[in-house]
Design a protein around this ligand. Structure first.
Ligand code: PLP
Length: 280
């Protein structure tokens, strides 16, 4: 059984309980981070920490947990070598349900757990992912990593029902991002096009690291939204996230992207980013 961390205590997962009045549960007033773990180390912490601080400010959550020693200890206690760490901070558990936060602040609820999973050797990196397009229907402040994830859950379910691996969201003909990943193409000119970081997408930590690696490879990078038409004409398409790292997309709505196989530039970006994670 996993050991998890909740509000200052390491506990067996079945003993970690949160009150029903928790504002994360009642109002989705919660923010979270997911970091990859490779070779027993969690990665990219300064970036995750900065995004957590921004998400908490937006969600009006105050907390100053010193996470790195907790995450190190969780990895140690669970013997994790590869996978991810999930951590969440919510608005806490006042004595009763009220939309407004209590005037006398209550402590934030904080927890973290590990998940063992392949990061380096994922079969989908060889096969490529099949994606369906889905209307963008999430709230406007997508730059915060909040637990308001119902729309992403529904879009992923729709993708599964269509026999695909995931969905990309489309707003007025332009792709915003995946349900839990940033979306990118190598367009028909060989330019890497990636949605800019604004409130329309989550500023992915993997994206933040991968775009400079693409520039190092000599690729031109344009940070702008791309249309569905550009996507279908693209040479390559891929996603980035803590869970998938860099993952090729080979099919969208049943149509092949490029030659329908994982693209060579995507493959090189994946290898370079894994190398960077290992070295960090
Ligand atoms: N976009 C969304 C909506 C996400 O949920 C995620 C990650 O979960 C990402 C992008 C990628 O972010 P990161 O690279 O920090 O994992």
């Amino acid at each position: 059984m996993r050991t998890v961390w909740l509000n200052g205590e390491f506990l067996p997962e079945t003993e970690a309980k949160v009150p029903i009045f928790d504002r994360g549960l009642l109002f989705a007033q919660g923010v979270y981070e997911v970091t990859p773990v490779i070779d027993g180390h969690f990665c990219n912490w300064p970036h995750h920490s900065a995004r957590l601080t921004r998400s908490m400010a937006l969600a009006r959550i105050t907390d100053d947990t010193d996470w790195p020693p907790i995450l190190d200890e969780l990895i140690r206690r669970n013997g994790l070598t590869e996978g991810r760490i999930y951590l969440q901070v919510t608005g806490g558990a006042p004595a009763d349900r009220d939309f407004l936060s209590p005037v006398e602040p209550v402590p934030a609820t904080r927890f973290a757990f590990t998940q063992a999973a392949a990061v380096v050797d994922q079969p989908k990196a060889q096969e490529g992912m099949r994606i369906v397009l889905h209307p963008e229907g999430r709230w406007a402040l997508r730059s915060a990593k909040t637990t308001q994830l119902l729309y992403a859950v529904l879009a992923k379910e729709a993708a599964r029902e269509a026999g695909a691996d995931d969905a990309w969201l489309v707003d007025d003909g332009m792709v915003t991002e995946g349900t839990s990943a940033n979306a990118h193409i190598i367009d028909s000119r060989g330019v890497l096009v990636s949605h800019p970081v604004d409130h329309g997408v989550l500023p992915g930590i993997s994206r933040l690291s991968v775009l400079p690696l693409a520039r190092d490879m000599g690729l031109t990078v344009e940070e702008r939204a791309f249309s569905v038409g550009e996507l279908f004409a693209a040479r390559e398409a891929f996603i980035t996230s803590a869970t998938t790292v860099v993952m090729p997309v080979v099919e969208v709505d049943g149509r092949a992207i490029g030659d329908g196989r994982p693209g060579p530039l995507t493959g090189e970006l994946r290898q370079r980013y894994i190398g960077r994670l290992r070295a960090s």
